[in-house]
Design a protein around this ligand. Structure first.
Ligand SMILES: [Zn+2]
Length: 318
């Protein structure tokens, strides 16, 4: 019954909406990758990032779907990419550059491991509280908690370990697009301007250097952004910017503030279909960046409602 309702709703939305959707995933097993692709391919044509402006300008009968994966976990390389390759489905992988360089897992995975190991969340270590902090303070609090509980985070699992740069290069050689996702996965709107700008600039530069081709796409960590950050990313050479604003990509969207619908590996067919359908309507899905359902666009601070409608985004080359 729920399956039927979700299918009916998405069929209805597909009739009334133009454009398509950008999906935001993180880690998927091979079987989950296959399942997500099977469900999505019933409704959408998969496209590459470089196809986006063309598909947008010339809508076709079937809406498009662009798959994106954030964080650069090693399972993207070992599980997801081989399956996508087999199914001939393109994708963009957004990597957090410092963990790829150092090989250590990201702050939210260290926290998750600590919580699991001690069986509860220590005071002040709930995700919502941590996400209010600048990165240095967040790490200090997290490291102190790990020391207090004599806990050393591991990174044996490919869902925790980052890919290596050689693996990132291999994905790029095989036709996948590589994007930048910050240096440290700091939440940029919590940082001082200089630090936030460096997170954008240096992660784009590092990805460009390591991959050996210009990195021109950036995904805001946790989806938090404002006008200043958008402009800076564009100045640093990003021609597409990914947010977590839930929505469809239609003629009202902008390349510098692209909405994405977030899915998780365990999602059922009904969950995938209903979430994508509901993303077509305002104020139904909450923005995962913490701005809730109030705003269609989750820009923060001075940016709310003030982002210019036209930003000089460089032309994309195919
Ligand atoms: Zn992320």
């Amino acid at each position: 019954m729920i399956n039927l309702a979700a299918t009916f709703l998405l069929a209805f939305v597909r009739r009334i909406k133009r454009g398509g959707v950008i999906i935001n995933e993180h880690t998927l097993t091979k079987a989950q990758t296959r399942f997500h692709v099977t469900v999505l391919s019933r409704w959408f044509d998969f496209i590459r990032l470089t196809d986006l402006p063309y598909r947008w300008a010339q809508p076709t009968q079937r809406p498009f779907c662009l798959l994106t994966f954030d964080d650069g976990k090693r399972s993207n390389f070992t599980e997801t990419a081989p399956e996508l390759e087999r199914l001939r489905v393109p994708a963009v992988f957004y990597v957090t550059t410092e963990p790829v360089t150092t090989g250590s897992c990201q702050w939210f995975d260290k926290r998750e491991q600590l919580v699991k190991a001690i069986g509860r969340c220590p005071a002040g270590l709930d995700l919502q509280s941590l996400k209010q902090l600048p990165f240095d303070l967040l790490m200090k609090r997290l490291e102190k908690a790990c020391a207090d509980y004599n806990f050393k985070p591991g990174d044996e699992s490919d869902d925790l370990r980052p890919m290596s740069w050689e693996e990132v290069r291999s994905l790029n050689r095989r036709g996948f697009t590589i994007g930048a996702h910050g240096l440290t996965h700091a939440i940029l709107t919590r940082e001082k301007r200089k630090r936030a700008f460096a997170e954008i600039e240096e992660s784009l530069a590092k990805a460009t250097l390591e991959v050996g081709a210009p990195c021109t796409t950036f995904a805001f960590p946790n989806g938090n952004y404002n006008t200043e950050l958008v402009w800076h990313a564009v100045r640093c050479g990003a021609s597409t910017l990914m947010t977590t604003d839930p929505g469809w990509v239609d003629e009202r969207a902008a390349l510098w503030r692209l909405p994405r619908v977030q899915l998780f590996g365990s999602a059922s067919r009904a969950r995938i279909e209903s979430k994508i359908a509901l993303a077509a309507f305002k104020r139904i899905l909450a923005n995962p960046n913490g701005s809730g359902r109030r705003e269609r666009h989750g820009a923060e601070g001075e940016a709310r409602g003030a982002i210019p409608r036209v930003v000089p985004v460089p032309r994309m080359s195919r």
